[in-house]
Design a protein around this ligand. Structure first.
Ligand code: PA5
Length: 423
């Protein structure tokens, strides 16, 4: 069974006919995107999962991950944006704690840098530095700090054995440095942007280091890929998601909340925010993507969602099987006013809260899409990544923007670099 999109609760905001009309209007474009037209060779490397991670690369990654799991206490993942958000999403949801994973190179905070360094002493350390374009300041400069540290601590030769560089293998400066120093090199696919890279070596090594089954992750992605590439637009979940959110945008719903009742999905929502924000927000267009972890955020943003400006819609990630249970203890007398749920399970409370929230939000004027996910496993996380990547490609194409570039990110960098270089 695959993840399933339920868009029945948007019907009072957009009719079924409007969705069908929109598919009809854009049919040639949608069909072209579903064929993943090879015209855009530079950016569509994520579509074909077998090319992205072939058997020999998967075996190489698994062997390296086994070595790291045996020898390391700490694994430092240096990367920012698309270079670490995908793997972090899976690791924070499903990872075991055999090896401590530390994230670095994703900010410029001196506090963070000091904390990272403090965690390394007396521990066996491995590093994975990930960069498509090694000019990015945060991972670049953090890697300088950490490779100096490893070289001083272990000597150059042993340090090199502990460093894995995931780099563009087109003579990029990270590849050149890696070759010179003797690091293990993994490919950052040239035709894949960071936010579409989680199912390549970029995401797979850190995920495997966290003890997660990468073959299951890829199997899930492959199964939803087959569905997306075979179903007609009218029945296709990725098309329906893309068309529905664009139709909502045209009606003024310009903010989308990815909502979930499982805090383990918080880092997944960061990956999703980047995917849609960086892919669609350009030329004065795009839906602003944000996330809410419920029930906690019902006690903060819940008020706005229910009664604030009517320009937002929600996409719920609904875990059908929550994968865990916790029973409330029985008490004979009602000492705390909660006897109405005596002996019930948290699973039941969470599910009831989810259903109540969707109902109340729809009644409050918030269109709600639901993505039903059978359970939180590597297999279904693979499906989620691939589903949203494809849906984003379709959605951005309907919006009329190029999902694969991010020219706006350069604006602050230009100012910052000219300040840094003139000091
Ligand atoms: O999705 C993207 O392309 C970006 O978010 C990049 O992943 C991010 O800017 C990091 O780039 P790099 O891997 O070149 O350091």
């Amino acid at each position: 069974m695959n993840v399933k999109l339920d868009y029945s609760r948007v019907s009072q905001f957009i009719s079924q006919q409007e969705i069908i009309d929109s598919i009809e209007k854009h049919r040639p474009l949608i069909e072209k995107v579903l064929e993943a037209s090879t015209e855009d060779k530079d950016n569509l490397g994520w579509v074909d999962l077998d090319l992205l991670a072939n058997t020999s690369l998967i075996q190489q990654i698994q062997a390296k991950a086994r070595e790291i799991r045996e020898k390391a206490d700490v694994f430092v993942l240096i990367g920012v944006g698309g270079s670490n958000q995908g793997s972090r999403a899976v690791i924070e949801s499903l990872g075991d704690n055999n090896v401590e994973i530390i994230y670095a190179g994703n900010n410029l905070s001196p506090h963070h840098m000091n904390r990272v360094m403090a965690k390394l002493s007396d521990k066996s350390v491995y590093i994975n530095v990930i960069a498509k374009n090694f000019a990015t300041l945060e991972p670049g400069i953090t890697f300088r700090v950490l490779r100096n540290y490893l070289e001083q601590r272990y000597g150059e030769a042993e340090a090199a054995k502990r460093i894995i560089a995931t780099a563009s293998l087109n003579n990029s400066s990270l590849e050149v440095l890696g070759k010179e120093k003797g690091y293990t090199l993994l490919p950052f696919p040239l035709d894949v942007g960071g936010r579409f890279s989680v199912l390549s070596a970029v995401g797979l090594l850190p995920i495997a280091v966290a003890g997660i089954n990468i073959t299951e992750l890829l199997q899930g992605a492959n199964d939803i890929k087959r569905e997306i590439q075979s179903l007609s637009p009218e029945d296709n979940p990725a098309v329906l998601y893309g068309v529905t959110r664009n139709s909502l945008l045209q009606k003024g719903y310009n903010l989308e909340i990815l909502a979930f009742f499982e805090p383990l999905l918080s880092y997944f929502s960061k990956w999703w925010i980047q995917l849609f924000g960086e892919s669609e927000g350009k030329h004065g267009k795009g839906i602003y993507p944000t996330a809410c972890s419920f029930t906690e955020d019902l006690h903060s943003l819940g008020q706005y969602i229910q009664e604030g400006q009517r320009m937002l819609f929600e996409t719920f990630l609904n875990l059908e099987n929550q994968g865990s249970s916790f029973k409330i203890p029985h008490e004979e007398t009602d000492n705390d006013g909660f006897q109405y749920i005596d002996s019930k399970d948290f699973t039941f409370l969470n599910k009831t809260a989810y259903e109540a929230t969707v109902k109340a939000h729809v009644e409050g004027g918030v269109p709600c899409l639901v993505l039903n996910i059978p359970e939180l496993t590597a297999y279904y996380m693979g499906q989620l990544f691939y589903f949203f990547q494809y849906a984003c490609y379709i959605s951005a194409s309907l919006l009329g923007v190029d999902p694969f570039n991010q020219p706006g990110v350069e604006a602050y960098k230009n100012v910052m670099f000219s300040s840094l270089k003139t000091i």
